[in-house]
Unconditional design. Sequence first.
Length: 145
Amino acid sequence: MKKDIETREDIDALMREFYTKVLTDEEIGYIFEIAKLDLDTHLPIIGDFWESLLLGGKNYQMRGRNPLQIHDELNEKTPLKPEHFKRWLEIFRATVNEMFTGTRADFAKSRAEAIANRMKNFVGNVPDVRAMNQETFVNLPSRQE
């Protein structure tokens, strides 16, 4: 029986499973190669991030990182398109649903949607995915066009 996200260990397990999927995903896996993502370095950082959102942890704030800036720099190396954020969100939601159920799990999915929209809007200057239908979402121009 699935449980809610309750501990840092739950978050770490979720992040390990999620990154296992995105790194090998046909649509977005290459982006993580371009980013030269080192999981041994990244997982504790992203774990701190999600712990701050879901459990009130304070470690992420002490890292002094700006996720928007990091993704903007990645966008300069390879364009991050609306469909990339959509795919990231699909995988995140599916991973949460496979592993957890409950209030925090639902909140994690809600926050992931807000994060995907914020990142997408920041790097691509495009509308919120909640306001778009499937055809509009895929056909939006990117900032580079």
